[in-house]
Design a protein around this ligand. Structure first.
Ligand SMILES: Cc1ncc(C[n+]2csc(CCOP(=O)(O)OP(=O)(O)O)c2C)c(N)n1
Length: 248
């Protein structure tokens, strides 16, 4: 029988450590497929994060670095400046990128560093037990906002909208993975971000809305519905910035 799909050579053949229904595995696969399709296997450096994506280097079959919490864009900056012909990306959760790592993320965009950030937003700190993050939705219950995020805990941080205001940011988009059509769109966005980088157009970021069934206390299918019904009103999908000359 003909195989309709096979694992890209850029993903190693080992079981995920992710919880059932977690979207990190899909995000990993999309990145791996794009690297393979662009023929960049020998010239890619992935810079990981601290969080559920911490074992990225265990799965990707290309070079990788494990930086300290939130510092991935600073590390990627150094790598890209030394190896400008390489594809350099970070892979970060919202706790890593939008809390402890806010400075590195914002200032690499301000400087217009020619790197790509894959930003996996699941609205909380997944790895450490579901604590509130800056991206937690208003009213959302987490282990550290048991009555729901209220006025005292501030408001959801719209990273993509903010970055789109910066001159150094070339391509900024938000995608999701709650159904197959969205997964196809997410892959196209990752490809576009990587192409923007290889054309030297500046900083690119793909925000990926991602389900966390374990910490949301939902079954995997309910968690996909949560992304569509609860996350989209706060985090609308779309391209917030596209460089001139690149098709939107
Ligand atoms: C310096 C430091 N502070 C705090 C922690 C604890 N810690 C580990 S992962 C994490 C947050 C992870 O959340 P996120 O980045 O959203 O990724 P997710 O696990 O949800 O994919 C935190 C606070 C740490 N490891 N190091």
């Amino acid at each position: 029988m003909a195989k309709g799909y096979q694992r890209p050579s850029t993903l190693l053949d080992r079981p995920w450590h992710f919880c059932p229904g977690c979207n990190h595995g899909i995000a990993h696969r999309l990145v791996a497929e794009v690297v393979e399709e662009m023929g960049m296997v020998e010239k890619t450096v992935g810079v990981g994060s601290v969080g559920c994506g911490v074992f990225a280097y265990e799965y990707f079959n290309f070079d990788g670095i494990g930086p300290s919490h939130g510092r991935a864009p600073a590390v990627a900056t150094g790598v890209k400046r030394v190896l400008p012909d390489h594809l350099v990306f970070t892979y970060q959760g919202d706790g890593d990128l939008a809390a402890i790592g806010t400075t590195e993320m914002v200032h690499s965009a301000v400087r217009g560093e020619n790197i790509t950030v894959i930003f996996v937003n699941n609205t909380l700190y997944g790895m450490t037990g579901g604590q509130m993050a800056p991206t937690t939705l208003t009213g959302q219950v987490t282990t550290t906002s048991p009555r729901g995020r209220g006025r005292e805990q501030g408001f959801p941080f719209r990273v993509s909208e903010m970055l789109a205001t910066l001159e150094g940011a070339a391509y900024v988009t938000r995608v999701a993975l709650f159904n197959p059509a969205q997964v196809v769109r997410a892959k196209k966005a990752i490809r576009k971000a990587f192409e923007v980088q290889m054309q030297g157009l500046g900083f690119s970021l793909v925000e990926v809305l991602s389900a966390c069934p374990t910490n949301w206390g939902l079954a995997p299918l309910e968690a996909l519905k949560f992304v569509e019904e609860k996350m989209l009103p706060t985090y609308p999908l779309g391209e917030f910035k596209v460089p001139e000359g690149v098709k939107a």
